[in-house]
Design a binder for this molecule. Structure first.
Ligand code: GLC
Length: 475
């Protein structure tokens, strides 16, 4: 079948977080399973856009109220990604380096969705399924059903996959006229809590709703930034599907971004070499356990706890551990983390920003990865860490709960329940003891490296859902 994924991010074209990794990998595995995959993202001014060949396949124009935005559709010309990648080029709105964070984000993503559908409805073939991702594409299921101009796409089935339910793409009804004309009798679908809520629209109108882990689905029925009752009401058309990881990109035995490749058998020596490189680069001590954090420095990810956790863990284990942080986000947290460099020189360092190569090296060279998330719809870092023989220390929430089991229960990691400095430091202390117990440490590392989190198995679950909604034939 022909399947479209429409998203704000897709690795390697544009990445802010895990959404990009999922949209960059799942379609590849769906292609392998025999389907025709197209991925559509906005044409940002990114390295990938500038260093790869594209051809123009369509031209059009989107009207948002009084504004008119010419757009083009570009197709990546090689097949190297394992699916067809299309970029929606709206120069005025997307020819910028960042994916999000602009004042006109609503205008940007509303016009992206309209342009994508204009192009799809002008094609000769009507796709079987459009899989939307997060609120940036939440209006699509509504537009396909009710906008007059997409009459020829009424049969297309839609799935909305929720990677993060906290952000919902709210805007006022004063911008209702941005949307292509539809019968106003259906306007209620657009409303949630007195505003136009893009994620809620997607949840109401899509034929199916998926979340990126089963536990996250249970959690958002209780706490979902105002959407709890909506999630409850769509239980029969929702399912939590745990994300996979791209085991070709994330493979310590072939990874070109790390210093020394290794397999399960050679992991002890291989990891030590990567650790030495990392420690040299960040002035740390390679004979001590290395705890790392990779991610966005926001409360949601427990980023605000990191400065205190680092200070306490380092003073409790004076000169016995290393902590390395790679991330960016809230500037107060960033400053606090940078400040700590002076107090714990030689055992602590931080890199503010994001760097894909460095992330790979950190997975390879660390002993433990910290994931103190308050909310974690799935989390991919723990899966990358497991595959690279790095033991995850996680708070039991969302996908972390589904993938990491405490070693006390014969599992693959270290778990705690509260997003608190005390709980995290308690886990760090358990990790320090475990590190000294080499037999058990290596045993747990091995359990992790043997865990199968590949997309192959998972991607079939999406196909099952697509088949289900096609068979049901509900419009
Ligand atoms: C979002 C979530 C993260 C998830 C990722 C991919 O970034 O916060 O938990 O792993 O999307 O689905």
């Amino acid at each position: 079948m022909e399947i479209f994924h429409i998203s704000a991010e897709c690795y390697p074209m544009a990445k802010v977080g895990g959404l990009a990794d999922v949209v960059g990998a799942l379609p590849k595995y769906q292609t392998n399973a025999g389907h025709k995959l197209r991925v559509v993202v906005p044409c940002y001014d990114t390295k990938f856009r500038n260093e790869n060949e594209f051809e123009y396949v369509h031209w059009g124009s989107v009207t948002l109220g009084n504004f008119e935005f010419p757009f083009s559709v570009l197709k990546e010309t090689t097949d190297k990604l394992g699916y067809e990648l299309y970029l929606i080029e709206i120069k005025e709105l997307f020819d910028r380096p960042n994916v999000y964070g602009y004042e006109d984000d609503i205008e940007r993503f509303v016009s992206f969705q309209i342009a994508a559908l204009d192009w799809i409805s002008g094609r000769k073939i009507v796709p079987a399924v459009i899989n939307c991702h997060d609120h940036h594409t939440g209006l699509i299921p509504f537009l396909l059903k009710y906008a007059y101009k997409y009459e020829n796409l009424r049969e297309v089935r839609t799935v909305i996959t929720i990677h993060n339910g906290l952000y919902q793409g709210w805007f006022g009804f004063d911008k209702l006229h941005y949307l292509p004309e539809f019968d106003l009798i259906h306007v209620g679908f657009l409303e949630w809590g007195n505003s136009l809520n893009s994620l809620a629209v997607g949840i109401k109108c899509a034929n199916f709703v998926t979340t990126v882990s089963p536990s996250y689905l249970n959690e958002i029925n209780i706490s979902a930034n105002g959407l709890e009752s909506l999630f409850n009401s769509v239980r029969t058309k929702s399912r939590g599907i745990l994300n996979g990881i791209d085991i070709e990109v994330w493979d310590p035995s072939k990874d070109k971004m790390i210093i020394k490749n290794y397999s399960l058998e050679s992991s002890e020596i291989g990891k030590q070499k990567n650790k030495e490189k990392l420690c040299e680069q960040f002035e740390l001590d390679p004979s001590k356990p290395l705890f790392s954090f990779i991610g966005r420095l926001f409360e949601e990810k427990g980023g605000d706890l990191l400065p205190q956790v680092s200070a306490l863990a380092l003073s409790e284990n004076f000169e016995n551990i290393n902590i390395l942080i790679l991330g960016s986000g809230n500037s107060v947290i960033e400053d606090q983390l940078v400040q700590l460099r002076n107090d714990y020189k030689g055992n602590y360092n931080v890199f503010i920003g994001y760097n894909e190569e460095l992330a790979h090296l950190i997975y390879a060279g660390s002993d433990f990865i910290l994931m103190p998330s308050r909310v974690e719809p799935c989390g991919l870092n723990q899966m990358y860490a497991l595959r690279y023989g790095t033991i995850p220390i996680v708070r039991r929430t969302g996908g972390l709960r589904d993938t990491v089991i405490d070693f006390g229960d014969d599992g693959n990691g270290i778990c705690h329940d509260q997003a608190s400095v005390g709980d995290i430091c308690y886990s760090v202390n358990r990790a320090v003891k475990l590190y000294d117990d080499k037999i058990n440490f290596n045993k747990i590392r091995k359990i992790g490296m043997e865990t199968d989190h590949s997309w192959e198995r998972v991607c079939q679950e999406y196909i099952e859902i697509y088949n289900l909604i096609i068979e049901k034939n509900e419009i």
